[in-house]
Design a protein around this ligand. Sequence first.
Ligand SMILES: [Zn+2]
Length: 323
Amino acid sequence: MIKIKDIKNKKIYDNIIFKQLFSYLDEGIFKPLFEIMNYTPKKAKNDSNPITEALKSGAIIYTDEGFKAKYKFTNTQSAELERWGAKYNKWTKTYQIAYNNIPNNVLVALSENQIKQQAQIKTVQDFIKELNANLPYMIDTMIFDTQVETILDDAGNTLKQNTKKLNVIVPELDENQKQAIARDYTYNMRFWVKEWTSEHLIPEMRKRVQEAVLNGYRADYVQKMLEKEFGIAKRKAKFLARNETAIMLAEYRKTEYQKIGINHFIWSTTMDGRERELHKELNGKVFRFDNPPVIDEKGTRGLPGETYNCRCHIIPYILNSPI
Ligand SMILES: [Zn+2]
């Protein structure tokens, strides 16, 4: 019996896909939205009041009869607010002061700021509406061909190295075969991105922006929502990159090993407490590539890596040396 070192799912494979996928999402969705929200008109001259400055930049907002800092009040800001007679509330972290007690020049800045926030949020609403209509077309322009071919080339080299001792000729994938795999990959990725954006991202953004409107055009709500969704999108892109690449490589292995007469593999589970109960039982067992075991609760049959978050791998092996 000869065991062969398997083609690894290198981290770099997931990374090059992630970078490509996330740049599409960032350029098409997040950058324009952040730009709308970060737009600050030029500062008026002779405006040295620390509160008006902060209102204009969005560092401070006025809501429910109180001033609230986006992050933290500076000492200068606190001193100025206390000078007007504002009282600090430890629990809500706001300086409470009635509208009528705010100095006139600051009231001007305040109303300008409210107009600006309204305009920003309306622009965001329009953008999301347009995005919802255009997203399917935008997603259909996402292409991962170069990335997939790079991965396949690297995996092919590894396969050649790992099977040296068998003295077999490993048939390389030709351009057409690589393109066919890349097309499938791109097609699947588009499918998942469409599903995620239409079922999560767009409805969530709409809902949160609506809340911002209902709360008196609160730009800080929208800003927070964007930061949160940006983080979620990053994690989603990482997940999809890892999953789709694992599925593609599982198929690639199966085809390539069978081509050189390797029909069996030993299932090897990463035992670290995070493995599926089902996969724990598969650990160490022998299977044929053309008759793989059940890998999920739905009864799907497949190879390691073909179900989400599966980190199991295979040890390809042949009973008798072909030499
Ligand atoms: Zn697994």
